[in-house]
Design a protein around this ligand. Structure first.
Ligand SMILES: [Zn+2]
Length: 181
């Protein structure tokens, strides 16, 4: 995995593209949560689930289908009545992208097994051809090592920086689009 903070940062960067004034803050918080939910599969390690299994790490919970399930469930459960600002359809697209971005970023890491993007229809694991992000150690303790620092550097460069640039460019574009009075 990339670390959970970096997944959340990616979700906030994506959220910037969906920003509408008046949207409740919980929408962005939930988006960030959607981006870290897939890694709940690490619980499986304690339950004897193998890495390469359907329910194993980077398996079904990292698939596009799971991202669609999460997005639909969140909107159905939490936003039965439309909230101000962002409509329910773009909101579900946002939650989907936030959750799906997790597998995409993991597929750009240089370790572990690939991602079961197409589960449950195809349980093969895939990486992207380009994998510049150092894989994050599982478990916070091991994060504070030299290796942890390298991981942090690669995540800052390949996740935090693009997410910030994305948010900044959306903000600048919108600012320019607002007619000055
Ligand atoms: Zn992951």
């Amino acid at each position: 995995m990339a670390s959970i903070f970096s997944h959340a940062v990616a979700a906030i960067g994506i959220g910037a593209c969906f920003y509408r004034p008046g949207t409740p803050k919980r929408v962005w918080v939930i988006g960030a949560l959607c981006s870290v939910i897939p890694d709940l599969d690490v619980i499986g390690f304690r339950l004897g689930v193998h890495y390469g299994d359907f329910w194993g790490h980077r398996g079904f919970t990292h698939s596009l289908f799971f991202a669609a399930l999460v997005a639909s469930a969140v909107v159905l459960a939490g936003f039965r009545r439309p909230a101000p600002g962002l409509g329910r359809f773009p909101m579900s697209v946002y939650f989907f992208l936030a959750s799906a971005s997790h597998g995409l970023l993991d597929a750009m890491t240089d370790g572990g097994l690939g991602i079961a993007f197409f589960a449950p229809f195809d349980n093969d694991r895939y990486f992207l051809p380009w994998r510049p992000i150092h894989v994050s150690p599982i478990g916070a303790g091991r994060f504070f090592t030299h290796r942890g620092l390298e991981v942090l550097q690669s995540e800052l460069l390949w996740i935090w920086l693009p997410a910030t640039l994305l948010a900044l460019s959306v903000w600048l574009t919108r600012r320019r689009a607002v007619p000055s009075t």
